[in-house]
Ligand binder design. Sequence first.
Ligand code: FPP
Length: 268
Amino acid sequence: MTEGGAEQETAAAGDGASDEVSEEAAELRERVLDGNVPRHVAVIMDGNGRWAAERDLPRWEGHRRGMETVRQMVKASLAVGLEHLTLYAFSEENWQRPEPEVAALMELLQEYVASEKEELRDQGVRVQVFGDLERLSESATRAVEELQGATREGEELQLNLAISYGSRTEIVQAAQRLAELAVLEAVRPEEITEERFEEELYTAGWPDPDLLIRTSGERRLSNFLLWQIAYAELHVSEVLWPSFGRADFYEALLDFQSRDRRFGKVQA
Ligand code: FPP
């Protein structure tokens, strides 16, 4: 864990979007640290639109506030020594939203890079962006490259941002690449094992998520990391993403710690 992480958790009360840490969150964090901290947590960040609608605000305000929650989740992850935090920031299907909303989300990504790049680097966070990035505009592509470049030395936490991501496309593309190699006789069908298949996924080399959190009460996987979450524990929070705070995150980790993970086997 970083020293910064520890300091961040000693502050007094505050709400979900504040840099201050509530006593409740600090206490929950201590409890999390007493148990088995997952290596990799993946999150379907949902409910930005509803959060905005409840306040008569435009949807993009919900996304903006959702970006603030991202900042807080990075700090919360550092404070418990998580290795990987993977966030579903923009799905392949999200391209079908009204053009102004897509533009606002892309703009937000660029704002995120401009405002967070240095802090992420100083916190020891390494950012990896994955998905069909060829669909991004030139300026968004530049922002992604800048963010990955600036944080490439980070060793405390890997923050993986899924952008223009769809799990079925990822799996189909992996199958296509292996089929091409098979045609070229560069791989034999019997060599296509789970391990070899995983090497073709965006997530090659990362541990599988131990825990998948979805906010806003929806109980769907929405084409997110379908291969990788085969044995993940699921935690659904009723809280909308912009209101999701560190205490909610630590509650999810405690829920994970209460599970009996058997990976299909029986208890020894
Ligand atoms: C789902 O809420 C959320 C998204 C489609 C976008 C997530 C983006 C962010 C949290 C901000 C940007 C993040 C980064 C890292 C720059 P929804 O709009 O589907 O909500 P609804 O179901 O209530 O309508």
